[in-house]
Design a protein around this ligand. Structure first.
Ligand SMILES: Nc1ncnc2c1ncn2[C@@H]1O[C@H](COP(=O)(O)OP(=O)(O)OP(=O)(O)O)[C@@H](O)[C@H]1O
Length: 235
């Protein structure tokens, strides 16, 4: 199987300007690879650096060392650790999806528009994007009364389900999931699992961070554990 993503000696150190340039290690010397179509799970204690790794891949954080080689449709092999911002923007619009447990609210955008927008970015026409967005909101059991309202006042679980709908309504080449089941009840977790299976069948490669180990084991192909700064594959 072909490798879609290869992380090589990734490092992220945070420089705390307001605290005498104190250095905080986010992650250090992290190497792993993911094959096309595979789902890789990452687990480990709180603060061990799991989110930092995912955020470096999505380039929310600019790595301070190492490489992230990604086989893109658009540009061939790209090192996401040093790709230009405009390349990252394009890759996020068309190839790389990301779900976090926190909603980044867009002002004056309804829940339905928020989900449909991710399809419009990929070039889908407005009517089709709207219909698919409605399907996905229904799939994640977001009450219809909320679809045309602003998500600012949504509950934690509703915000997460909206995030999931936005990221999972489209089939990206790579999908990054940062605790996609945090604060979800059992029924909602099942809807996430169903959508993960559909995307996997469609060929999406996924990397997910989990604290819910039962859920993780039910969806991933391989697992890495991050412990005391060292990433190890577990069988
Ligand atoms: N923007 C930031 N600025 C400074 N330090 C940060 C920043 N982001 C993360 N860190 C630090 O990097 C370390 C790793 O954080 P990270 O969020 O990656 O951990 P995690 O394993 O995902 O934790 P959790 O399971 O609690 O979400 C922590 O010590 C954290 O305080």
């Amino acid at each position: 199987m072909d490798t879609l993503l290869r992380v090589d000696a990734l490092e992220k150190t945070f420089l705390m300007h307001q605290f005498d340039e104190k250095k905080i290690t986010g992650c250090r010397n992290i190497s792993f690879s993911v094959n096309e179509g595979e789902f890789l799970g990452i687990t480990g204690p709180s603060g061990s650096g799991k989110s930092t790794i995912i955020k470096c891949i999505y380039r929310t954080y600019l790595p301070t060392g190492g490489h992230i080689y990604y086989q893109s449709d658009l540009y061939g092999t790209v090192d996401l650790a040093s790709a230009m911002d405009r390349q990252m923007i394009k890759l996020r619009q068309t190839e790389i999806g990301y779900v976090s447990q926190f909603l980044s609210i867009m002002p004056r955008t309804t829940a339905l528009e928020f989900v449909a927008e991710s399809l419009l970015e990929m070039g889908e026409d407005e009517a089709a994007a709207r219909l698919r967005a409605e399907d996905m909101l229904a799939h994640f059991h977001l009450r219809e009364a909320l679809w045309n309202t602003y998500p600012k006042t949504f509950s934690g679980g509703e915000k997460l389900r909206l995030n999931l709908a936005r990221a999972m309504v489209r089939k990206t080449r790579l999908l990054l999931l940062d605790e996609p089941t945090a604060s979800l009840d059992q029924a909602s977790k099942e809807t996430v699992k169903e959508r993960i299976h559909e995307l996997k069948m469609a060929g999406t490669t996924m990397i997910g961070i989990f604290h819910d180990l039962d859920f993780m084991e039910s969806v991933v192909d391989r697992t890495y554990q991050l412990q005391s700064g060292i990433l190890k594959e577990v069988n």
